[in-house]
Design a protein around this ligand. Structure first.
Ligand code: THU
Length: 135
């Protein structure tokens, strides 16, 4: 379990990075912060593009930052909208978070703290590639 102080740190980090989002098309800024299993905090913001369909969600940036800064697994995540309110990751991003977290990784939601397993039940993951591979 993470401490209240750590949740507050995640909230601040998510709000700070949200302010740096590049979202001129949707005008919907998103920031996300994750606490890693080695204690470091990684962040990401959404980055849109004039070719609308190739915009990057905040979580994509965070996942890239995880690997760029040494890898590891997410222990806790906070994703916020432009008001700093808790925002649920889109479906694609839940899958990204799943592969870079653990089933019991905590995530803040408008309905309180849940786990990745709660928000992506029966997830597809790397094990499926092994267990279902043709011999
Ligand atoms: N967005 C994210 O960054 N993460 C999500 O999980 C939901 C949506 C962004 C994508 C787009 O730039 C903007 O929010 C509006 O959809």
């Amino acid at each position: 379990m993470i401490t209240d102080a750590q949740w507050e740190q995640l909230q601040r980090a998510a709000e700070d990075i949200m302010a740096k989002a590049y979202a001129p098309y949707s005008r919907f800024k998103v920031g996300v912060a994750g606490l890693m299993d080695d204690g470091r905090i990684v962040v990401g913001c959404n980055v849109e593009n004039a070719a609308y369909g190739i915009g990057l969600c905040a979580e994509c940036g965070m996942v890239s930052a995880i690997h760029a800064s040494g890898g590891g697994k997410l222990v806790a995540i906070t994703c916020v909208d432009q008001h700093g309110n808790s925002l649920m990751p889109c479906g694609r991003c839940r899958q990204l978070l799943w592969e870079n977290g653990k089933p019991d990784t905590q995530i803040t939601t408008p309905e309180g703290t849940l786990t990745l397993k709660d928000i992506l039940p029966q997830a597809f993951g790397p094990e499926d590639l092994e267990t279902r591979k043709e011999l």
